[in-house]
Design a protein around this ligand. Structure first.
Ligand SMILES: Cc1ncc(COP(=O)(O)O)c(C=O)c1O
Length: 323
């Protein structure tokens, strides 16, 4: 039933029954839903998957102090952009969620259940503002052997000036070689785990150095990603992104950008990118689900070419997506 409910109204791709039942909160307070996590392959309850998604007060305690997400950051998450109440690139996010869960040896998520939960959360957001939904799947309470999960829907409290003004970035050492996946898979390269303390510390370091964001370099000099975004370069008529088997996350926005670029007749490449190419590009962006495409104006204090036209076109195309 998932898809049918998802596309109930052809004039609005993700119109659903749930919208009429969920109170729509225009405030920027987070809207939180607790999910009674079902294992993959479980049968839908008679009352529908919606019955497993319970809206809670934003200030209601829903996670125990012994939950491994709280004590060890042991779990995975996804953050999706929401436009007109429609969560974006759901399939790509769900692929990454399942992949992250597999890498952490967590029980596989029930994507049918999460699809319904995602839509219920999207329906709670106002349609005239951009929003975001964070999906959290934890290993659960120590010893319980059962995942805990919840969703947080928020109105994007941002004017997205980044898309026009751009950001200055610094390059920072990630501390490991680009072939990490081959020799240290236990470090979970490519998994979107809840352990983001390092990513947040990187952003603070960037701010200390007078920048808005950072691009990680591998210890052997290849471009990786930013703490919360993928990296995109333009060289001539080709869009380039670092290949993902170098210990970085496969970006869902980057995937969308490559699909859009192919329609525009631009070539695309994912490959190893040398650090020196950052300064030598015809355009450089950070890509992520809510902020979308942010043009980079400076790398390590050096001004670089800003392709405003392509930047605006990319953001318009990303904003026009409805699924
Ligand atoms: C480390 C990292 N890389 C890349 C991305 C970009 O992914 P997406 O485009 O799916 O938001 C994110 C987003 O959260 C991230 O945290």
């Amino acid at each position: 039933m998932g898809r049918d409910l998802w596309c109930r109204n052809p004039s609005r791709a993700c119109e659903s029954l749930a919208r009429s039942r969920v109170e729509i909160v225009p405030a920027s307070d987070p809207i939180v839903f607790l999910v009674d996590v079902a294992p993959a392959g479980a049968t839908e309850p008679a009352a529908g998957w919606e019955s497993t998604v319970r809206r809670v007060r934003a200030d209601e305690p829903i996670v125990l102090g012994t939950d491994l997400s709280a004590t060890r950051g042991d779990g995975v998450f996804e953050t999706l952009g929401v436009l007109e109440g429609c969560p974006q690139a759901v399939d790509a996010h769900f692929w990454r969620l399942a992949n992250s869960a597999e890498l952490l040896e967590l029980p596989a998520p029930n994507l049918e259940q999460w699809r319904v939960a995602m839509r219920v959360a999207g329906d709670a957001l106002p349609t005239d503002r951009q929003g975001g939904i964070k999906l959290v799947l934890s290993r659960g309470v120590e010893g319980a052997g059962r995942s805990t999960g919840w969703l947080i829907a928020t109105v994007a409290d941002d004017d997205f000036a980044n898309r026009t003004e751009g950001w200055k970035v610094v390059t920072l050492d990630r501390g490991y070689r680009h072939d990490l996946s081959e020799h240290a898979p236990w470090l979970l390269p490519g998994a979107k785990t809840l352990s983001y303390a390092v990513n947040m510390a990187t952003l603070r370091e960037a701010a200390r150095r007078g920048a808005d964001n950072a691009i990680y370099l591998s210890s052997d000099g290849f471009v990786m990603e930013a703490p919360q975004s993928s990296v995109l370069l333009r060289r001539g008529d080709t869009l380039i992104t670092p290949k993902t088997d170098i210990g970085i996350l496969p970006g869902t926005t980057q995937l969308s950008v490559f699909a859009i670029a192919a329609q525009w007749g631009l070539a695309t490449e994912d490959r190893l990118v040398e650090a020196s190419e950052l300064l030598d590009s015809d355009g450089l962006w950070l890509l992520s689900s809510v902020k979308l495409a942010t043009p980079i104006t400076q790398v390590d204090g050096k001004s670089i070419t800003v392709d405003r036209e392509l930047s605006d076109k990319l953001n318009a195309a990303l904003l026009a997506r409805r699924e």
